[in-house]
Ligand binder design. Sequence first.
Ligand SMILES: Cc1cc2nc3c(=O)[nH]c(=O)nc-3n(C[C@H](O)[C@H](O)[C@H](O)COP(=O)(O)OP(=O)(O)OC[C@H]3O[C@@H](n4cnc5c(N)ncnc54)[C@H](O)[C@@H]3O)c2cc1C
Length: 282
Amino acid sequence: MKPAPFRYHRARDVEGATALLAELGDDAKVIAGGQSLVAMMNFRLARPAHLVDIGGLRELDHLGVGADGELRIGALTTHHTVETASPRELGAGFDVIRDAMAWIGHLPIRTRGTVGGSMAHGDATAEWCLLAVLLDAEFVARGPRGQRRIPAREFFFGYYTTALDPDEILVEIVFPRPAPHAALTEFAERRGDFAIVSAAVDLDTDGRTVNSGRVALGGVAAMPVRVPEAEAVLAAGGSFRDCAEAAADAVDPPGDANGSAHYRKHLIRTLVERACEEAMSR
Ligand SMILES: Cc1cc2nc3c(=O)[nH]c(=O)nc-3n(C[C@H](O)[C@H](O)[C@H](O)COP(=O)(O)OP(=O)(O)OC[C@H]3O[C@@H](n4cnc5c(N)ncnc54)[C@H](O)[C@@H]3O)c2cc1C
């Protein structure tokens, strides 16, 4: 199918893009790599009358660790850029982010698709959204009223819904340094498909004893979620198996064509334990 008719606008800078979005109102949408939006338009799930193309804004394409140790990723940075970043660009300790890229679609999608586009799209099973929730990332958004930072726990609202206003553009995502032992894993029916369930953990450990840890799940709710019940098990010195059980007990996943709620709970048990073991082996 072809998309419904629309007018195309090429942005020259962020300020011009946000001003145009404010002028055009709800009829306009930003387009970055088009890897999600174009499919939605072709299926007529989205019918924007105007597309504001920010793909040429090189100022939003950057990646690097600052003096504060935080990783700052420009919204237009592609998944492939992160996947192939040098240790100097990505910095020590951010391997969990680099390794997670291999789970995203296929190479052509990773070459065009952007970090900001994935976050703004807000798919509940997207690897970037899960990483942001796991690691307490912050989102830098710019609009006609200026710039603001939004913590990950306040950014994702529900299925494909974020805290971004229609005239705001996501310009940068800031990741604090993860604990040294972090991992993301998932299950999809075919390589490159969106995950049915994904699990990510970030363990504070001396290599033998886990002092505390973060546990996050994708594909079990309208947005990725942290699981405090499973984190409490880790903090109390419980086993990875018990942590995984606690995670499965704590959530109430949906059932759909990809799998029943019961099946998703089974996946959670397997994937949380696997993620913990992978994290420990790093
Ligand atoms: C076959 C296939 C398989 C895929 N598999 C996976 C997968 O396994 N895991 C996964 O995570 N993703 C997957 N994707 C999606 C892919 O990761 C996309 O790169 C991602 O969803 C974002 O696409 P994009 O950057 O091209 O954004 P676009 O498609 O251009 O935009 C997506 C949405 O974000 C908005 N937007 C984009 N940039 C900004 C910005 N800077 N500020 C504000 N709003 C913005 C747009 O208005 C639109 O609503 C897959 C896609 C395809 C086609």
